[in-house]
Design a protein around this ligand. Structure first.
Ligand code: B3K
Ligand code: ZN
Length: 894
C-alpha cells in the first residue's frame, strides 16, 4: 500500500478536451466505449500518458484511429501506460465491467435492479481507463443504451439532447453536459424510477426544470426535498449572487449508498435517507438533515463543480466551504429568535463529539492533509466540519461584506478551474487588502488549539485586561506547532447582566459595539480595555468564533450569570455546559474512588431557571438541558473509564429529575404539538423539549411517568413523537430493572416495550428507513449486550450489504452504546473485529468507517486497552484486508 504525498503533486501530462462515452447497460456485462481527445500539457515533464483503471476488462484500445500495438502500452492492476504518445491524440477505449458484482458501491453498480454510479473520489477508473484526477476537466457527451422495459429511465449529466428506440426492445438517450468537469462528477442512472418535477424561474428570468427521482411508491415523500432544492436555489442567488447554470437539475434517491449524497453535475445522487420524508416516516431531525444535504449538494454546483479541487489534498476547498454554506443556509431558513444559535450549538456539539477526538487521535490530520493511503478515509470530520470552521473564521474576520467580496473574487479568478486552498485564501486576502499569511496554519497544522484566558480588573483605573496564551498539542506526525491566527469574539457583562460597550486599545472597533473580535496571533497576547466601570464577567469566544478549547477560571457564579444573561445565546448554552461538565468530571472521579455521589442545588437551580423561562425558545431550552455526552466527558479525561462515566451521567440525570419532576412534567404538558404535523423550527423545538422532558421523567420510575411514554407511543401522529416515546420506553424498562420499582411494574414496563417494538416493526416493515431506526434504537439500548447483538444481526431484515442497514445496527452499538460496547470481557471489541472483517469483504468504505470506532483505544483503562489491542491485531492480520481498513488499523496500532 503506497502513501501519496501532497508535496509530490505534478500537473497531468495531457489535457483532455472532450469525452464521448457510450454505455450498453447490462447488469453482468456492461460495455463502455470512451473516445477522448487529448493534447500535451507543455508544463509537464512527464512524457508518458498514464490512465488509471481498476477491475476493468480491456476490450480494445485505439489511438488516432489505429489499433494500439501491444508494445506501445503497458497494463497493470491500477493503470494503463502509453509510451511516447504524440502531442495530439484521439483515444478510443472499450472496456467491459460487471456492475451486479460491484458491492463496493463505488463505480457503476446495481441497486434494487437499477443502475447508479459513484465516482468521487476515484470511482471513474472502475468504468474506463482515464486520467481520473480532478485537475483534468473536460466536456462530456454520454450515450446510454438499455432494455426499454427494464430500464425505462436513462439519465446522465447536463441536458438530454436526443432519445429514441433501438431494435430488440432497447432504447437510447443522449446527454450533453455544457460545462467542463472532472471525472469524479460524472454520473449515470438507469432503471425504473418516477419523478416529481417543477419548473422555476431563475433570477435572470431563465427557466429551469427540477426533478426528484425515486422508486415508485415513494412519490408521497419527495415534497420536502423539492422544497429544499428550491429554497437552496433562491438562497444562493440572494446570498452569493450565484445562479443555477443548467436548464435542468435532477436529484435521484438510491437505497444502497455509501454516504449522504453526491453532487454530480446536474444529476445529484442521494441516499434515500436524505430525500424521502413525510410525517409518518421521518423525524424532525430527518427533515432538517434533508434540507441541509439538499442544500449542500446544490451549493457544490458552484463551490466544487464550477470551481473544483486541483488534487484531493485540497478536498476541504470544496467541502469546508460547502458545509459552511449549508450551515448558513439552514440558519437563514430557520426564522425563530434563537434558531441561528440553536443550529450553531448543534454544529459545535457535533464538532466536539467527532472532530475533537479525531484531531487528538491516530487519524489526526490537518484540514489540508499532507498524505494518504486511501483518499476515501479523508472525507473526514476534520476536512468537512473543521474545514467549515476555518471558512467561518474568514467570515468572522472579514465580516459579511468582506467575505462576499472574497467569494466574488474567487469566482472571478477561478471559474472552470481546478485550484487550491491557497487560491481561496489569496482571494479572501486580496479582496479585502488583508494579510492572511499566518492564517495558512489552520490548513497545515492538525490538533485542537488550547486558548488559556486570564483577566485582571483595576477598579481605580477602570481598566480590564484579557490575556491569552495559545498552544496546540502534538498530533500524529506533528510535534511542534506555531501560533494560529485566532479570531476571539468577546463581550463583557455588567452585574445586571447587560453588555457593556467596549473600548479596546489594541483592536479598533465601531463605537458602541458590544462584541469585539480580538485577533490573537501570538503565543501570548494581552488586550487592554478602558473605561470599564465595574468588574465585568467576560463572555469569551462568542458564537464559537474559532475551533479551539478555551480554558478559563470561571466561578460557578460567573457561569450562572452568563447562563442567565449573556446576549450571545451560544455562550449562554456554553456556560450551562461548563457547569455540567465540571460536575460530571467530579462525579466520575467519585465513582472511581468509591465515594458517595452528590449534586449541588446551585446547578439544579440554574437549570430550572432556564427550563421554566418560557420567554426562551423551547429549542434553546432543550439544548441547555441536554448534558454533555459520554464522549465529551471522555475527551476531558486522561484515562477513559466508560462505566464510571455512565454511572456519573446517570446519577446526574436522576438527580435533576428528582428535583425538577414537576417542572419537567409542566414542560412536557405545555409543549404538546397538536394538529397537523409541520417540521418548522418552533414545533420542532417544542417536540424536542417535550421528548427530552419525557426521557428525564423516566429517571424517576413510576407508573405515571411510564404511562406517559406508553400513551405517547400509542397516540403518536408523527415519527418524532413515536421514536421519542419508544426510546423513553426502552430506558424506562432498563431503569426499572435497577431501581426500586415493584416486580409487577417492572414486568409491565418490559411487556409494554416488547409489544411496542413488535408493533413498530409490523407497522413499518415496508419502510426501509424506518426499520433502520428500529435497529438503531436497539443497537444503542443499554440493555442490548453482545449476545442480543448477535441475535439482531441474524434478524431476517438485517443485512451487511446495505450500508444504511449495516450502520443502523452496528454503528449504533459500537459508537453509541458505551455501556455494552466496552463490556469488561472485551466481547464488544471481538464482535467489532468480526464485523470489520466481514464488511471489508463487501464494502471497504463502510468497513473503514467502522474501523474508526477504536481510534481512542490508547486512552482507555489498561484492561480495556488490552482487549482493544487484541481486536485491532485480529483485523490487521486477517486475509485480504483493503487498504481502506488497513490504513486505519495500522495508524491506530502505530
Ligand atoms: N462529495 C461527496 C462525498 C464523496 C465521498 C467519497 N468517498 C458528498 C459531499 O460531500 O457532498
Ligand atoms: Zn460536500
Amino acid at each position: 500500500n503506497i502513501t501519496i504525498f501532497r508535496k509530490d503533486y505534478t500537473p497531468p501530462s495531457f489535457w483532455v478536451d472532450t469525452v464521448e462515452m457510450g454505455f450498453d447497460l447490462d447488469p453482468k456485462a456492461t460495455h463502455v466505449t470512451t473516445r477522448t481527445t487529448l493534447r500535451r500539457n507543455t508544463d509537464s515533464k512527464e512524457k508518458e500518458l498514464v490512465l488509471f483503471g481498476e477491475g476493468l476488462k480491456l476490450v480494445q484500445i485505439r489511438m488516432n484511429g489505429q489499433k494500439l500495438a501491444r508494445t506501445a502500452y503497458q497494463i497493470d492492476k491500477h493503470s494503463l501506460r502509453i509510451f511516447n504518445p504524440p502531442d495530439n491524440i484521439t483515444l478510443d477505449i472499450e472496456t467491459q465491467i460487471n456492475p451486479i458484482k460491484n458491492t463496493s458501491l463505488n463505480g457503476l453498480y446495481v441497486s434494487n435492479g437499477n443502475f447508479f454510479t459513484q465516482c468521487e473520489a476515484e470511482g471513474f477508473r472502475k468504468i474506463t481507463y482515464f486520467q481520473d484526477r480532478p485537475d483534468v476537466m473536460a466536456k462530456y457527451t454520454v450515450m446510454l443504451r438499455a432494455d426499454k422495459k427494464k430500464y425505462p429511465v436513462l439519465l446522465s449529466n447536463g441536458n438530454l439532447i436526443e432519445e429514441g428506440k433501438l431494435s430488440g426492445g432497447r432504447h437510447y438517450a443522449k446527454w450533453e453536459d455544457p460545462f467542463k468537469k472532472p471525472s469524479y462528477l460524472f454520473a449515470l442512472v438507469a432503471g425504473k424510477l418516477v419523478c416529481q418535477e417543477e419548473k422555476i424561474k431563475l433570477k435572470s428570468g431563465r427557466k429551469a426544470l427540477l426533478q426528484v427521482w425515486v422508486e415508485k411508491g415513494n412519490l408521497d415523500k419527495t415534497q420536502h426535498a423539492m422544497d429544499s432544492l428550491q429554497n437552496s436555489i433562491f438562497w444562493d442567488e440572494q446570498r452569493f449572487g450565484l445562479e443555477l447554470d443548467l436548464d435542468r437539475f435532477m436529484i435521484v434517491a438510491v437505497s444502497d449508498f455509501n454516504m449522504g449524497a453526491m453532487e454530480n453535475k446536474g444529476l445529484n445522487i442521494f441516499n434515500t435517507k436524505y430525500v424521502l420524508a413525510n410525517a409518518k416516516v421521518a423525524t424532525d431531525a430527518d427533515y432538517a438533515g434533508i434540507e441541509s444535504v439538499v442544500g449542500h449538494e446544490y451549493f457544490h454546483n458552484w463551490t466544487g463543480n464550477r470551481v473544483t479541487c486541483r488534487d484531493w489534498f485540497q478536498l476541504s476547498l470544496k467541502e469546508g466551504l460547502t458545509v459552511f454554506r449549508d450551515q448558513e443556509f439552514s440558519a437563514d431558513m430557520i426564522g425563530t429568535n434563537s434558531g441561528r444559535a440553536v443550529n450553531r450549538i448543534a454544529d459545535v456539539r457535533m464538532l466536539r463529539q467527532a472532530q475533537f477526538p479525531e484531531d487528538a487521535g491516530p487519524m489526526s490530520h490537518p484540514v489540508r492533509p499532507e498524505s494518504y493511503v486511501e483518499i476515501n478515509n479523508f472525507y473526514s470530520v476534520t476536512v468537512y466540519e473543521k474545514g467549515a470552521e476555518v471558512v467561518r473564521m474568514y467570515y468572522t474576520l472579514l465580516g459579511h461584506e468582506g467575505f462576499r467580496k472574497g467569494m466574488d473574487l474567487y469566482f472571478k479568478r477561478h471559474d472552470e478551474q481546478a485550484v487550491t486552498c491557497d487560491d481561496f485564501r489569496a482571494a479572501m486576502a486580496d479582496a479585502n487588502g488583508r494579510d492572511l499569511t499566518q492564517f495558512e496554519r489552520w490548513y497545515s497544522q492538525a490538533g485542537t488549539p488550547r486558548l488559556k484566558v486570564s483577566t485582571t480588573y483595576d477598579a481605580a483605573k477602570k481598566t480590564y485586561e484579557i490575556s491569552f496564551t495559545q498552544s496546540c498539542p502534538a498530533t500524529a506526525g506533528q510535534s511542534k506547532k506555531l501560533p494560529f491566527h485566532i479570531p476571539v469574539a468577546v463581550g463583557l457583562l455588567n452585574a445586571a447582566g447587560q453588555d457593556m460597550s467596549l473600548k479596546c486599545q489594541e483592536q479598533a472597533n465601531p463605537t458602541d459595539s458590544t462584541t469585539l473580535v480580538l485577533e490573537v496571533t501570538k503565543a501570548k497576547q494581552v488586550f487592554h480595555f478602558t473605561n470599564v466601570k465595574e468588574r465585568p464577567t467576560p463572555s469569551i469566544l462568542r458564537n464559537f468564533s474559532a475551533p479551539v478549547e478555551v480554558e478559563i477560571n470561571y466561578s460557578d457564579e460567573d457561569l450562572a450569570h452568563l447562563l442567565a444573561h449573556d446576549s450571545d445565546a451560544f455562550n449562554r448554552w456554553e456556560a450551562g455546559q461548563r457547569l455540567a461538565m465540571r460536575r460530571l468530571l467530579k462525579l466520575t472521579a467519585a465513582v472511581q474512588a468509591g465515594k458517595p455521589l452528590e449534586l449541588d442545588t446551585m446547578f439544579i437551580d440554574a437549570l430550572s431557571k432556564t427550563l421554566n423561562d418560557t420567554t426562551l425558545d423551547a429549542a434553546f431550552r432543550e439544548q441547555v438541558l441536554t448534558l454533555p455526552s459520554a464522549t465529551n466527558i471522555a475527551e476531558q479525561l486522561k484515562v477513559i473509564d466508560p462505566h464510571a462515566i455512565q454511572t456519573a451521567r446517570h446519577f446526574m440525570r436522576s438527580e435533576i429529575t428528582r428535583h425538577l419532576k414537576d417542572d419537567l412534567l409542566t414542560a412536557y404538558e405545555s409543549n404538546l404539538t397538536n394538529g397537523k404535523y409541520s417540521p418548522d423550527a418552533e414545533s420542532t423545538g417544542k417536540r424536542a423539549l417535550k421528548n427530552l422532558a419525557l426521557s428525564y421523567l423516566q429517571e424517576w420510575p413510576q407508573d405515571s411517568t411510564f404511562d406517559l411514554a406508553h400513551i405517547q407511543y400509542k397516540n403518536a401522529k408523527n415519527m418524532t413523537d413515536r421514536i421519542g416515546a419508544l426510546s423513553s420506553m426502552i430506558n424506562a424498562a432498563i431503569l426499572s430493572q435497577k431501581d426500586s420499582a415493584s416486580k409487577s411494574a417492572r414486568k409491565a414496563a418490559q411487556l409494554a416495550l416488547d409489544g411496542a417494538l413488535k408493533d413498530f416493526y409490523n407497522a413499518f416493515k415496508n419502510e426501509a428507513l424506518v426499520i433502520d431506526k428500529w435497529f438503531t434504537l436497539q443497537g444503542s439500548a443499554a440493555s442490548t449486550d453482545v449476545k442480543k447483538m448477535r441475535q439482531l444481526l441474524k434478524h431476517p431484515a438485517f443485512t451487511l450489504t446495505n450500508p444504511n442497514r449495516a450502520r443502523s445496527l452496528i454503528f449504533a452499538f459500537c459508537n453509541a452504546n458505551p455501556a455494552q460496547f466496552h463490556a469488561a470481557d472485551g466481547s464488544g471489541y471481538a464482535l467489532w473485529a468480526d464485523l470489520v472483517i466481514q464488511l471489508n469483504a463487501i464494502n471497504p468504505q463502510v468497513a473503514a468507517r467502522l474501523a474508526r470506532s477504536l481510534d481512542r483505544w490508547k486512552k482507555y483503562t489498561p484492561a480495556l486497552q488490552e482487549h482493544m489491542k487484541t481486536a485491532l491485531e485480529k483485523v490487521a492480520s486477517a486475509k485480504n484486508i483493503s487498504k481502506d481498513v488497513l490504513e486505519i488499523i495500522n495508524k491506530a496500532l502505530a
